[in-house]
Design a protein around this ligand. Structure first.
Ligand code: GTR
Length: 331
């Protein structure tokens, strides 16, 4: 269905491309602008760079990806806005800020929604993952095409004061959360003070003591250099939020159907390839942060954390109940 719609939109170019009347090499060269908040070498960045190489190889260099890493084009909010107007094509973003845009996506933003990585992967690789990407692509105003999912591990709390081993340890701590009310409510339910702020502002806020800490996976704690100001990294594992690769809908509609199919294909491959990079990246980051002085602690009893976030589930989970039931039924 999607293919038919895009064929219609792309018009003559698509017709020519799909009937093979015009050799691919004769079409205009196109540089696809991609961006990520993380630096070169970070698993999601590397996965998109590799996608670019595949596109080049498949089109004799007609299509390529130019990567703008390290927030060169702004924070996540700006990246989404630029993709919406077609100022850039590919943005790799967390599902975190997507909740307010596409309400169903908030299901992945509920604390403790997934049992473990294997559960999360099964969901994003399966029917539900496909459905949510389509929900985004079909959304009348979001202006984005959902290309694929990527792994982003588990988010853990880190701060400059002391290790967190129980909910009581969070009391009074100002913890930066991503810009989506579900996260501020999550931190407040856990007893801390959630402060919404962009990833791009966080290092400054940690440095100046505007916040005492934040929460993220190990590679982000490392890539953001947050360990320099918040050395206690506690394995709270309260969130497991996949990342999403989006394409500007405005730009997508100018592509030929053949190019859309090719980009969709390499994206699907990237979804599976990125996770190998992810698990290596997690290990690397852990080694690096410990060497840099981070103090990591396990949280033995997560049940009190799970009990404390019940109000978040009551508030945000109610309209998502059928989807939650399906996710929980994935074994
Ligand atoms: C990271 C994620 C980023 C960004 C960041 C954040 O794990 O890769 O896209 O969302 O978290 O906390 O803002």
């Amino acid at each position: 269905m999607k293919r038919r719609k895009f064929l219609a939109l792309a018009g003559t170019t698509a017709a020519l491309a799909t009937t093979g009347m015009r050799p691919a090499a004769a079409q205009a060269k196109m540089v696809i602008k991609a961006t990520d908040v993380h630096p070169l070498g970070y698993p999601t960045v590397e996965a998109v760079v590799r996608m670019g190489k595949k596109l080049e190889a498949a089109t004799n260099g007609r299509l390529s990806i130019q990567m703008f890493p390290s927030m060169q084009l702004g924070g996540e909010k700006e990246m989404i806005e630029q993709a919406q107007v077609g100022a850039l094509q590919i943005a790799r973003i967390s599902v975190g800020p997507m909740g307010p845009l596409v309400p169903e996506m908030n299901v992945f933003n509920l604390p403790f929604i997934f049992r473990d990585n294997a559960h999360m992967e099964k969901v994003i690789d399966g029917e539900i993952g496909q459905e949510l990407l389509k929900k985004l692509s079909d959304h009348p105003t979001a202006g984005l095409i959902g290309l694929c999912w990527m792994n982003a591990g588990t988010r853990n709390v880190y701060n400059s004061k002391h290790p967190i081993t129980s909910v009581a340890d969070l009391k009074g701590l100002k913890i930066r959360m991503m810009g989506n009310p579900v996260f501020v409510d999550t931190m407040n339910s856990l007893g801390g003070n959630g402060v919404a702020m962009g990833f791009d502002q966080l290092i400054n806020a940690l440095q100046t003591g505007v916040v005492d800490g934040a929460e993220n996976n190990e590679p982000s704690y490392d890539s953001g250099q947050h360990y320099r100001y918040a050395k206690y990294y506690s394995m709270t594992g309260h969130l497991m939020i996949p990342e999403i690769l989006v394409y500007s809908k405005k730009s997508w509609q100018t592509l030929s159907a053949a190019d859309q199919q090719l980009i969709a294909k390499v994206s699907k491959e990237a979804q599976l390839e990125q996770r190998k990079l992810w698990y290596d990246g997690e290990k690397e980051a852990m080694k690096k942060m410990i060497a840099a002085g981070a103090i990591v602690n396990e949280v033995k009893d997560k049940t009190q954390f799970q009990a404390a976030v019940k109000p978040v589930w009551d508030k945000y989970g109610a309209p998502l109940k059928p989807l939650i039931d399906r996710i929980q039924a994935v074994k």
